[in-house]
Design a protein around this ligand. Structure first.
Ligand code: PAF
Length: 283
């Protein structure tokens, strides 16, 4: 395992790997790595000759009132986890290395960025799309692995990569969960014990929605109500959204048909938790 901190070193290193005929897998992260990230790293290691993870808490994707300063940072632990998954390199740049000057060029994706998190965090996806474009440009041709826990982020990155003909194959990986169903997230460590035990309502609400759709319910309002009512059984969580959308457009259709995604966001104290699950509705 080698830790690289400069863009120049990443380019030289990966150029040499590719020149030797080795394929590159890339796992972009903001660090605070957990078993969900490990599953992305393992998928990359299985598919590619060389795997590089990036660890960079990207200021562009945090609004001024969000948790940029508090976001957990522990590079040694991240390197240990990446090593245990069989990764070859960690790219851990400083903010100055990534943004040596105030940035004047940004990437924004309309359409799929707009609903859901786009309503609650209006500047978030432009920050994500900009840093991921930059990371793709630094890493070069690769397969890049993203978790489905951030389903809308995955849709934004797929659309951006297609629209800009980026030389990257975007791979979505299933959400890794705790035994009680809570989706793994770096922000779970903000939860108090009480919030942690109530946080199971997210995956339970999604299970209820999936079950209703697969039993033939085609009215999105009915499915949404099931989720909202179940989420309301949590006394500590505050609802941000619960939506039932077409998995491709991320918009709520009049009637549910084909591939559907149910998504929820709940604020638990300092932790904003999101989760989603897919269902196939009868045509
Ligand atoms: O999902 C994340 O951890 C981040 O949004 C990403 C993709 C690494 C961009 O900063």
């Amino acid at each position: 395992m080698k830790v690289l901190t400069t863009i120049a070193d990443v380019r030289t290193t990966l150029h040499a790997e590719r020149a030797a005929g080795r394929s590159v897998g890339f796992v972009p992260t903001m660090g605070a790595l957990h078993d969900g990230h490990k599953s992305l790293l393992l998928a990359s290691v299985a598919d590619n000759d060389v795997t590089i993870a990036s660890v960079f808490v990207n200021p562009l994707q945090f609004a001024p009132d969000e948790d940029l300063a508090a976001y957990p940072r522990d590079l040694d632990a991240d390197v240990a986890l990446a090593t245990s998954a069989g990764a070859d390199y960690v790219f851990a740049p400083s903010v100055d290395e990534m943004y040596p000057e105030p940035i004047e060029t940004t990437v924004s994706v309309s359409g799929v960025s707009e609903p859901l998190d786009g309503q609650s965090r209006p500047t978030h996806f432009a920050g994500v799309a900009t840093v991921v474009t930059k990371l793709f440009s630094i890493i070069g041709p690769c397969s890049a692995y993203f978790g489905e826990k951030d389903f809308q982020q995955l849709a934004v990155i797929r659309k951006m990569s297609l629209d800009l003909s980026l030389d990257v194959s975007v791979v979505g990986c299933v959400t890794h969960r705790e035994p009680d169903g809570l989706a793994m997230s770096s922000r779970n460590r903000y939860l108090t014990d009480e919030e942690r035990s109530e946080s199971v309502v997210l995956s339970q609400a999604l299970d209820m929605a999936v079950e209703a759709i697969e039993a033939g319910q085609t009215d999105p309002a009915v499915v949404r109500r099931l989720m909202v009512d179940h989420l309301a059984t949590s006394t500590l969580g505050t609802l941000d959204y619960a939506e039932v959308v077409d998995a491709r457009t991320l918009r709520t259709p009049e009637r549910l048909r084909g591939e559907i995604r149910c998504l929820v966001a709940l604020q638990f104290g300092k932790a904003r938790l999101i989760d989603n699950k897919g269902a196939t509705a009868a045509n």
